[in-house]
Design a protein around this ligand. Structure first.
Ligand code: FAD
Length: 529
């Protein structure tokens, strides 16, 4: 039997859920349909290795999310639905193979002192970087929390800030350029390159120039923001809010088609033949490349289809999850240090080699870029008492020579090489401490969640315009697709991937505006701060 709602939301990733939360809070009846057994997409937590070891399947750090008004201002009252964050100190450690290290502490002056041990001018430049970000951050906040700007608006926006033309230059530069202009010691360069790569963008490409500012300042302010209970605590809290405000959430509901009548989206159909009709709108959190298959032929014009076909995946990851006997401790200058997050990047040359290999479709086994996350250090609920979870990530290409299917033969070897690079940076771990492992190649990440298009976990980017997530194609008005009453959210919409919730909030704002409802009127009823 058909059921009707004001809004039907496709997918239960955090962005779709954020959109649903705003829409349900506006007293609209909302149905959310997720194809998997659990909500959250890349923000889910599962027992991937052994019973009692709760691993974040993809995202762990909710640092970007802290800047979204849904947390920053608690503008829907979400924080009373059981979502709690830890902000550990130190934020992360970056040990080098020769016993040297740089630690990011919560206190920026302490971090600058760490940097200053290598070069006093670099220590001062770090403080200057954070100070300049205080001038630029409001501009970025405004860019992210509204629909993408036209090129003219964009240039005016960045030129009009406190740094004038320099603001636009920094916005359009590459992170590597910005770092090289300001810092000189090789260890400090490695520290900043590593920190700037945390959203898995190729930092030698134009348009990444703000990452050295935003990713260091964001971590200084909010630390390695770790949700208690795992990333899945976020979709769980959103689901509680949505259902309490009258919404309906269904898992194992795979949407196979979006219904269109008279050029307008009117609902969806699931694989098991159920139809969910939408009186006002369908909001989808699918990856943009999956959208055409869900729509009737001709619903999207050929020019737009061409842009969608040329969608580009971003940097892709190889992820190894481990159940551990003990928490790792890392080699740092003069001793050892436990930390929720650890990085490895040997040098500037190592960064260049990692990126070059990625572009050539080759795996990196020598001096890989590494990110290691030990969430159980600050959240004991993630593992049985005294034991720990570890996630080890490196940058590896999806398309190997011979095709992505090669990954099923390569992954054990790549994981061994990652451990060979990682274990010597610890003081207390050996292979004997590993109780179980679960390996996910870029191909496995795509198999787990189709939104990880070609293994990329941060959406990827449009080939339209030089502004990254500007919009998927010319005939695409921000979150409003070329089909009337069909809205797209998620990491393929502005401002792109990460657990930020901005695509979700912005998409909800577009739907509400088209219904004549101001988002501010909705949040005025629920805001807690
Ligand atoms: C290994 C890895 C580590 C990461 N680490 C971090 C991190 O630490 N911090 C951070 O900020 N970001 C991180 N990211 C990126 C971040 O996780 C993602 O960008 C973000 O979670 C995307 O959220 P989303 O809601 O847009 O989509 P997704 O989380 O991908 O959710 C999409 C959902 O829609 C569902 N769906 C799709 N099509 C249909 C359909 N037809 N019918 C029903 N359901 C459907 C999917 O099953 C999925 O549940 C990481 C990504 C990866 C892969």
């Amino acid at each position: 039997m058909d059921e009707a709602f004001d809004i039907v939301v496709v997918g239960g990733g955090h962005n779709a859920l954020v959109a649903a939360a705003y829409l349900a809070s506006a007293s609209l009846s909302v149905a959310v349909l997720e194809r998997c057994a659990a909500l959250g997409g890349d923000a889910a937590t599962e027992e991937l290795t052994l019973p009692g070891f709760r691993h974040d399947v993809a995202a762990s750090a909710h640092t970007v999310f802290q800047q979204n008004p849904i947390v920053r201002d608690d503008d829907l009252g979400l924080l009373s639905y059981g979502l709690r964050y830890q902000r550990p100190d130190p934020v992360f450690v970056l040990p080098f193979a020769d016993g040297e290290s740089i630690v990011m502490h919560r206190d920026p002056d302490r971090t600058a002192q760490e940097i200053g041990r290598y070069d006093a001018r670099d220590g001062a430049a770090y403080i200057e970087l954070l100070a300049q970000w205080r001038l630029l951050a409001p501009l970025q906040g405004e860019e992210r929390s509204r629909p993408p700007m036209t090129p003219e608006e964009f240039a005016r926006h960045w030129r009009g800030g406190p740094l004038g033309d320099e603001g636009l230059r920094l916005r359009m530069a590459s992170a590597v350029e910005v770092i090289r202009e300001r810092f000189s010691h090789p260890r400090v360069l490695a520290f900043l390159y590593w920190a700037s790569t945390l959203t898995f963008e190729a930092i030698d490409e134009a348009g990444t120039g703000l990452l050295p500012f935003s990713l260091t300042a964001g971590r200084q302010q909010y630390s390695w923001t770790t949700p208690e209970g795992g990333s899945g605590a976020l979709p769980d809290a959103l689901a509680r809010l949505i259902t309490e405000r009258g919404g309906r959430i269904e898992t194992r509901a795979d949407v196979t088609s979006i219904l269109v009548a008279g050029g307008r989206a009117t609902g969806v159909e699931t694989r098991d033949g159920r139809r969910f009709l939408a009186r006002h709108a369908v909001v989808t959190g699918q990856h943009v490349t999956e959208l055409p298959e869900s729509l009737p032929d001709g619903a999207i014009d050929d020019e737009t289809l061409g842009y969608i076909r040329r969608w580009k995946a971003g940097l892709t990851m190889f992820v190894a999850h481990y159940a551990l006997q003990r928490a790792p401790r890392y080699r740092v200058r003069g001793g050892e240090q436990a930390a929720v997050a650890m990085g490895a990047l040997a040098s500037e040359e190592a960064l260049e080699r990692n990126l070059a290999a990625f572009r050539l479709g080759q795996v990196t086994t020598h001096e890989p870029f590494l990110l290691a996350i030990n969430s159980s250090l600050v959240d004991p609920s993630r593992a049985p008492q005294g034991q720990h979870t570890l996630k080890l990530i490196s940058i590896q290409p999806y398309g190997l020579a011979g095709g992505p299917a090669r990954w099923d033969h390569e992954k054990e070897g790549v994981a061994r090489a990652m451990l060979d690079a990682y274990l010597p940076l610890t003081t207390n771990l050996s292979r004997g401490d590993i109780l179980a492992q679960a390996l996910e190649s870029p191909l496995d990440l795509e198999r787990r969640n189709g939104n990880n298009f070609r293994g990329s976990g941060h959406g990827g980017s449009s080939q339209f315009g030089q502004y990254g997530y500007y919009r998927p194609a010319p005939r695409w008005n921000a979150y409003r697709t070329p089909v009337a009453a069909l809205y797209l959210t998620g990491s393929t919409t502005h401002p792109g991937g990460s657990v930020s919730g901005f695509p979700g909030r912005n998409a909800a704002q577009a739907v509400l505006a088209d219904l004549g409802i101001a988002l501010e009127d909705v949040t005025a009823c629920w805001r807690r701060s």
